[in-house]
Design a protein around this ligand. Structure first.
Ligand SMILES: [Fe+2]
Length: 264
């Protein structure tokens, strides 16, 4: 993590942290569009302050040392890797999504939706460790024994906020959850419809099939099938090396390709 901080700061990207979030340690920075990105450690996990078989049942107040006034901000800012990090080494490889965090105007309503409509389970109910007035809930694939990797979704509750997200650079457009196959996806679609959630028809996205719907706060969500995958129209060994167009745009390839700036 400190190697990432050193590499990013040397490249002129301001990095904050590492901050001790209890369940993981995190550094934060922004991409060129202003999207806040985080690199979080995998552990120690959600069982540090409640039993592994009873996660998310109690509203926990974070200890003072993890809150802004209890932190040694100067030591945190000074912490860095001693040597430059010119290449991304094997040990630095990012393992996937640790969690996604959004903002909602009604945290309890969101919690009902994500648990009842989407089958996620609460794994932590606590407060924002940068602002103790804001509640912060975590959901994941959790069966009372283990928390599925790469499955955590979190929301900050800005209760009663009337400010709505506007589409634009740096703004997350939608979040896609995974279904194993079309049959499972169809079951989800029926389930959502039976709960009164408006769901799109199944859309063919070439590499997967998708359905779309909105959370009660308006967040656009998707359930996508795992298959058929990105190797349907180019070799597995060279994915992403050619510009791929949907069949109905193939006739306009020259025009479209000509308008793009080359990738370095
Ligand atoms: Fe986070």
């Amino acid at each position: 993590q400190l190697q990432w901080k050193r590499r990013l700061t040397d490249a002129g990207v301001p990095v904050s942290g590492p901050l001790d979030r209890g369940y993981f340690k995190s550094i934060y920075f922004e991409d060129p569009d202003g999207q806040i990105l985080e690199i979080a450690t995998a552990g120690p996990g959600y069982a540090i302050d409640e039993p592994q078989d009873a996660l998310g049942q109690v509203l926990l107040v974070p200890p003072a040392k993890r809150m802004p006034t209890g932190r040694d901000e100067r030591a945190i800012a000074a912490a860095n890797h001693p040597e430059p990090v010119p290449t991304i080494t094997e040990g630095m490889r990012l393992q996937g999504i640790h969690h996604i965090s959004g903002i909602t105007d009604d945290l309890e309503r969101a919690s009902d939706f994500y648990t009842e409509a989407l089958g996620l389970s609460l794994v932590k109910r606590t407060y924002n460790q940068d602002d103790g007035n804001v509640k912060h809930y975590f959901w994941a694939n959790y069966d009372g024994a283990s928390v599925g990797p790469h499955s955590t979704y979190t929301l900050f509750g800005w209760e009663g906020s009337s400010a709505l997200a506007r589409p634009g650079a740096g703004q997350t457009h939608h979040i896609a959850f995974r279904a194993n196959d079309a049959e499972e996806q169809a079951t989800w679609r029926e389930h959502l419809l039976s709960m009164g959630v408006g769901v799109s028809d199944v859309m063919d996205r070439t590499y997967f099939q998708s359905i779309y719907f909105n959370a009660p706060d308006g967040q656009l969500l998707e359930i996508a099938t795992d298959g058929p995958g990105f190797a349907v129209d180019e070799a597995q060994q060279s994915l992403g090396s050619e510009l791929k167009l949907p069949v109905w745009l193939e006739s306009r390839r020259e025009e479209i390709q000509g308008a793009l700036s080359p990738l370095e």
